[in-house]
Design a protein around this ligand. Structure first.
Ligand code: AP5
Length: 221
């Protein structure tokens, strides 16, 4: 039976960061539509070319594109795969598509974790984010700095600032989240699968809170 959990949260809430910790402690396969789209842009694939202009403006990529890449990704997994979605679903249409796929595989959504963070903290996190060009590791210039400025601890790659982390685009992304993605909170709340998580804490604490709900308590807590 296919199983799914969803990390839902505004830009900068820490979905990608938290996903790394959950992945290390569980069997969940991390599926980030943002990472998939950035890879498609980098590789110059048609899907990337279609998505690029939306991403640069901080707008959502059309549902049809997202449904296509997610369906292709899920088709590669076995019937008992466990998925952790990050940045997907983002609209009611995407949520309904996910429901259909899960029904087909006799699967279900176990939990939707809503990562709650104050708006000023989100803006600060996005402004200070740096990403490794080679391996994709994520840092923050103050909160989670690399040992050597501008260099990835994991692989020595160069760190860069995402083009959609400029002030103007960040403000639009936060607006788009409010307008298009917040309706999902109610959708999953009604289904009884929504867990609100205080993601304004240290990442280890947020990870431990989620792992406890998943029945994998962290040693020492
Ligand atoms: P996507 O890549 O999904 O971006 P996002 O949702 O805006 O989220 P972010 O990646 O910006 O933030 P995050 O929550 O992962 O935070 P992170 O862990 O990096 O999407 C990009 C674009 O692609 C969208 O705008 C859209 O155009 C398109 N797209 C993607 N999916 C789509 C979909 N399903 N439908 C339509 N369009 C789609 O952390 C942020 C920073 O904070 C980092 O610097 C990190 O080090 C730091 N940090 C994290 N946790 C903590 C902590 N606990 N304490 C201190 N600092 C922390």
């Amino acid at each position: 039976m296919m199983q799914a959990i969803v990390l839902l949260g505004a830009p900068g809430a820490g979905k990608g960061t938290i996903a790394e910790g959950i992945k290390a402690a569980t069997a969940f396969v991390h599926v980030s539509t943002g990472d998939m789209l950035r890879a498609a842009v980098k590789a110059g694939r048609p899907v990337g070319l279609e998505a690029k202009s939306y991403m640069e403006k901080g707008e959502l990529v059309p549902d049809a594109v997202i449904v296509k890449i997610v369906t292709e990704r899920l088709d590669q997994g076995g019937p008992d795969a466990q998925y952790m979605f990050d940045g997907f679903p983002r609209t009611l249409e995407q949520a309904r598509m996910l429901d259909e796929v899960l029904v087909e595989h006799r699967g279900r959504i176990e939990h939707v974790f809503l990562l709650d963070v104050a708006r000023d903290v989100l803006v600060d996190r996005l402004a200070g984010r740096r990403v490794c060009r080679s391996c994709g590791a994520v840092y923050h210039v103050r909160n989670i700095p690399p040992k050597k400025a501008g260099v990835c601890d994991a692989c020595g790659g160069a760190l860069y600032q995402r083009p959609d982390d400029t002030e103007e685009t960040v403000l639009n992304r936060l607006e788009v989240f409010k307008r298009q993605t917040q309706s999902l909170i109610e959708y999953y709340e009604r289904r009884g699968v929504l867990a609100r998580i205080n993601a304004g804490q240290k990442r280890e604490v947020t990870q431990a809170d989620i792992l406890a709900i998943l029945g994998k308590p962290t040693v020492g807590r």
